[in-house]
Each structure stands twice: as C-alpha cells, then as structure tokens.
Design a protein around this ligand. Sequence first.
Ligand code: ATP
Ligand code: MG
Length: 725
Amino acid sequence: MTAATHSTLFPQVPETADAVLDGLDPEQREVALALHGPVCVLAGAGTGKTRAITHRIAYGVRAGILPPASVLAVTFTNRAAGEMRGRLRQLGAGGVQARTFHSAALRQLQYFWPKAVGGDLPRLLERKIQLVAEAAARCRVRLDRNELRDVTSEIEWAKVTQTVPADYPAAVAKTHRDAPRDPAEIGQIYALYEQLKRDRSVIDFEDVLLLTVGILQDRHDIADQIRRQYQHFVVDEYQDVSPLQQRLLDLWLGDRDSLCVVGDASQTIYSFTGATPDHLLNFRTRHPNATVVKLVRDYRSTPQVVHLANGLLSQARGRAAEHRLELISQRDPGPEPVYTEYADEPAEAEGTARRIRDLIAAGVPAGEIAVLYRVNAQSEVYEQALADAGVPYQLRGAERFFDRPEVREAGVALRGAARAGGNDALLDDADNLPSQVRAVLSTKGWTPEPPAGSGAVRDRWESLAALVRLAEDYVRVKPEATLADLVAELDERAAAQHAPTVQGVTLASLHAAKGLEWDAVFLVGLTEGMMPITYAKTDEQVEEERRLLYVGVTRARVHLSLSWALSRSPGGRASRRPTRFLTGLRPGSGALGARGTGGGGGIERGSASGRRKRRGPVLCRVCGTTLTDAGEMKLMRCEGCPSDMDEALYERLREWRSEQAKELGQPAYCVFTDKTLMAIAETVPSTDGELAGISGVGARKLDRFGADVLAICAGEEVGGGDEED
Ligand code: ATP
Ligand code: MG
C-alpha cells in the first residue's frame, strides 16, 4: 500500500516520455525500453517488477509507440488492477486497460455473448459450495464442511486444468494428486454440479474463462475482432498463471508476440488451484527471441528484512527454488525482525495490538501497518484485540471503494453542490474546498469524530472521512481548486478505480497480501499446523507454504514481527511448536541460529500485558464447556447458551461508555467493545481481580476505567464529569 501523503496521491505527471524513465534503474529501464517482441522479467520480491511494467506501458504510450487502447495489462487481483490504473494515470497514461484475467474475460463475454450464443449472458454464480452440496446429496454422498470445501476446490482445479468430469479420475492418477475422496465419486459430483448449473442457467467463476476460451477457439470472426483491439499484453505475477489463463492469453495473442510477463517463481502461492510457474520458467524456451531481464535490487525492504527473506529461500527446495535470486537491499538498515512467543492466542492478539499501538504512537500511520495470517478465520481475535486497543482497522477484500453505496451517494451530493455553485445554502460559511466538502458530506453522515461502534456505521464513516482527506490533500497540490474540480477528479479516479487509502491497520490473509507492501508487518500464528497448514502434506505442498511465508516477510518495508502462541486458549496445554520454517533463522533455534545481521534480536516472551495473570482455560459459565472461539471466550459462554446478563446494568454501562468516548474523542469501542461490556454485565465483578479476569480488560483499561466500572456494577452513580480532580 502506498503512503497516503499528498506527494504520492497527487504526484506531478512526468512532462515527457523520457521523464517517465527517470524513476528506473538500468535494468528496469531495459524492461521499459523493450517495447517490441516478447519480454520476460524474472525477479525477487520488492525489486520493482510491477513498477517496471507500469513505467514500460506509460513510456510506450507517452512515446507514441503503444496506442493506449491497444494495451491490456493483466494483474492478479482487482485491487492490483486498480492500483495499476492509478499509477498509469499518474504517469500520464490513463486509458490503458488494467484488469484481472477474470474481469477482462467477463467483459468480452458480455459483449460477444449475444452474437456468439444469443440472448443474455447467464447469471454468474457467486458461491459454488451450495450447489456442490446439492450435487453431492443427489449422488448420495455425505460430506462434512471440510470435505465440501475440499471437493469444491477439486472441481475448481479440474476446471482450470480443463479436465472434464469423465476424465477427472484419470487426471488425478496421472498427476499423483491426493484427492480428498474417491476420485470416481468426486467425478460424479462434478458431473452433476455441471448439470445443475445448466438446468438453472447459471455459470461459475471458471466458466467465464472457459466460455471465453471456447468462443475465441470456435469463432474466428470474434477472435479477430478482439485481436484487432488488443495488440500488446502485459502480465504481472505470471508465476501464478493457471493453464486455463495461459490458454486464454495464447488465444488473445494469436500468432503475435507483443507479450511482457513478470514474476517471481519463489512467490508461487496458488499452485493448489492449478497454477504453475512453469510458464514463467519456460518462457525463453517458448520464445527464443525473448528479452530476459533479471532484477536483484530490493527497493522495498531493509537489509534486516531482506536477510531473513534470503535465509528462508536458501532452505527452499524444488524447481522454483533452483531459480531463486539473492536479493540485495537498497535501503538503510532498520530494526531486526522481532520474534515473540506467547502463551496463548488471545495473548498473542493482545500483545500484537499493544505493539501496533506503540508503533502508531511512534509515528507510523495505521494505514502503513498490516497483520497477516494464514487463514481468514484467524482475523476475529485480531479484530477484537485492535478494537480493544482503540486501533482502527480494515479487512482486506472488502468492496471496491468507488462501488460502496456511501461513496456513490457522496459523489451525487458533491456534484449537486458543485452545480449549485455559490447558491447552495450549505456552503455559505465554507470558504475553502475542504470545509465545503465537510459541509456537504455531513449531510451524508460525516462527523468530525468517528462514530461509536465498529460495524457498518463505522465503515461508512471511514469512507466519507477518506473523501474529506482526499479533498484536503487535493488543495495542498492545487490551492485554487474548486468543488467542480474535485468532482472531476473523483470521476476520473472512479473510472480508474484509484481509491484513496482508508486509514486503518490492514488485516489480511497472506494470499491476499500478494504484491502489496507496508512499513510494518506482523506475521501472526506461525505455528506448525498453521504454517505449514495441516493439510499441506506432500513436499510440494509444504514448499508452497514456505513460499507463502516468504511472501509475508517480503511485504515489510521496515518493521517485521513474527509471532506464535504455544496453546490456543488460555490455560490450555502448551502443545504447539513454532513453524519449522524459522528453524535456523530465528535466534536460539539450532545450528544456524547465529546468523543474524549483527544486531541483537532474541526471542521475546510475550505476555498480553505486564500485569496480566496467567488464566486457566475459559469455561462457558452456563454449560461448562471449554471455549475455544475468540468471541465466545470474550463472552465467557457459548454463543448459543442462554445469557444471564443484567440488561439494565448493560444499558448503564453503555451510557457510561458513550460519555467516556465523547470525552476522549474516540469511538466507543476504544473504551470497551460490546462483547466486553456484555461479559461485564453478565459477570457483575465486584473486585479489581474479577474485573481483570474478563477478556478485553487489560492493565491499561483497568487503571483507566476500573473504578468507574466497579462503581456502576455496585449500583452507584458515576458522575457526568463534574467531579473534582
Ligand atoms: P512483488 O514481488 O512483491 O510484487 P515488485 O517486484 O513488483 O514486488 P514493486 O512493488 O514494483 O516490486 O516495488 C517495490 C517498492 O520499491 C515500491 O515501493 C516501488 O515504488 C519501489 N521501487 C522499485 N523500483 C524503484 C526504483 N528504481 N527507485 C525507487 N524505488 C523503487
Ligand atoms: Mg509486484
């Protein structure tokens, strides 16, 4: 993620084509200047691959060599595509299509469907799991939740490797694939799933590519039309291209060769879906006249982070590893990576939140910090911990910024006000652009301070606040800008999907973090079983997990923290072990343990807070079951068990909380989350010790709010801010 400073949000557009090349090193420049024929860039993380291809396109366009509409840039995620469109615009090359394979194919399919097939394109199925469950039931196969997920992935794999149901069992045998159930059975479910889709006139995600490929193969007239439009192709993250995507790319290209691919085999993390780095590694064999460029300078990370990344790769095995390139950091030295061992997961989450608060206090913007985990289910405990620590956060993979309803509404309101010009009563007192924007957006729910609570209301506020910040940044660059100018800027950004950075710590899975970067990265939950994940069984699967960790490490610019917890819940048996991938790399972990870059850095023993007692296992207060779910642990009962909460007390606590929040100028969840308040209203603590035993009440909160909360629980009035002292 790029820092949200105005210099990066509104940089000057380079004046000439040559000026576009100024920001590149000699090898990157070679990439940008290789505008004819096949080009392949093989390079490690943070070496500027994405930057090189973006500048290449911009240079080509600005120099008049590539007509913008003839270029199709393919990236891995919608977000990456949005970022690339934004960067191209900044370099003076708007109008170039940057899309994912999927969205490019979907667009072509929608356009050509009436001509190729007739009628409208069938509806796109959002999630296949329901239909797979139905197919399995009809085949009389009972699948539990995990099996259902695994069978669904098998169907996806079969589709991207272009394997039809009847051929599935043979394909499994041929590729030595470890199928989650009898391949014949999966083949049947797969066949029935396809049948159900046809019956209901729906298509799934993979069908979008399969159908586009089908039309391009069968209809030469349509293929010609598409090829006339797109003549130059650029693919980022090419190591993760699937056979089906490669087929589509081949069909787009036809017999031409204006193709530029960039990738890093060591970052292959989607082979479980059928992707393979072979296309990247064999590029030269397939295109003997290709320009091949290697980049080794790492511009992203400090020598300390790069040292760990190189160390991880030096232990890697397999084909991708044979092609690894040792990275050389271009940055000034920074802090050593911090390794922390915690007793349990809630302690790990609280400890992480505390470190994040410290970093923010030390001046690192929240938007420049990320917590990355292996599976999405790990997010909840971190959401809670950050909310408890009063730190704003955002989950990755949310709706695109300009598609959010509040952002659309805000756009309409701003446009209306701009049209009314000086005649809008709202703007009477607002003499500059930011205050005009604040005035208009306050009719849509913007307030100077964030609202209490964390759910949808808060999300909405964050979007509006991002627009206000954008206006503030904008006038800094263009002091004379009017509301109409801002509206035009927003329209352009919306068309380019160049969203402003929402301020808040990013919570994301390692897979979703691909291609991105932050000043500070927290890699959490690094235990055997999570990293590598339990279901990685074969050597190749374990290697892919190692690469996933490499991707995580290389997201950090300066601060890198790696942590794990010895047990899942407080008081549980300390049966977990830190990931094997750090053996020999982290201090005190075997023969290679001494390799550091010289700067200290031992393992820290984390505790959630200095004064926190080691807790026993958390049992449900109603039924006595040991709780393992983070939310339930916070409530101290199963979600489903009846609540014995004192409703009146809960209401009093909430009132008190909103007063506190108002006084502190912080959202209510920074005081206590709803779950913590509920737990208090259920437990009705009468001593400091009892209160401290409630999850979400750390030492800091005990100091600050303990007296008030205990007084409220004892039925006493707590003053409305009139007391002395
Ligand atoms: P990944 O493998 O993670 O996708 P990448 O190779 O695509 O990484 P980029 O994201 O393009 O790397 O670049 C990493 C960072 O280094 C970015 O912040 C980029 O702006 C910066 N950078 C790259 N090249 C240069 C350069 N020549 N001068 C200054 N900064 C650079
Ligand atoms: Mg990149």
